[in-house]
Design a protein around this ligand. Sequence first.
Ligand code: DAT
Length: 175
Amino acid sequence: MKAGPNILITGTPGVGKSTLSQQIAERSGLEWVSVSDLARDNLFYDGFDEERQCPILDEDKVLDELEDMIAEGGKIVDYHGCDFFPERFFDIVFVLTTNNTILYDRLAARGYQGTKLTENIECEIMNVIRDEAMDSYNNDIVHVLPSNSPEDMESNIERIILWIEAWKRDNGSSS
Ligand code: DAT
């Protein structure tokens, strides 16, 4: 039996995935798995993207590493992409979205500039990750959540915690 549900938190960089994932992990006891950190710590890279000045993710190595974790259950996986995970990995998918002027300020504060900044803002305006999630998973399990303010963050945390508790009740998990 799985230790808990497996949850995917996705969205454009800066929408609040890691903040939300960390909070849910603290409050629920589920384990937060940041795919970016996993890749960085294990050097799961396959070359370097000169244009974007960032390493290219080795998706196969990431998936190999995630396979056992997902089988165990109770994982909150956070990544700014979602089409390369097998559909069976997740019980539910949350796509965070942020108003583009707010996102601009967050990414600028993070030091993003030039193409990297505009590409990410365009990604959000064009709903790229939302559409990717809708195309990759059963739409019944994909939920789009606004993440503009601390109030949004709090209500998203509460909503997801309630969902986790319901999942545990329905699946007979005592933890
Ligand atoms: P991500 O992991 O999606 O890249 P993050 O969790 O690092 O994003 O958040 C980026 C910054 O924005 C960080 O300073 C926290 C802030 N932030 C995130 N979600 C927010 C929200 N709903 N309201 C206010 N600030 C938020």
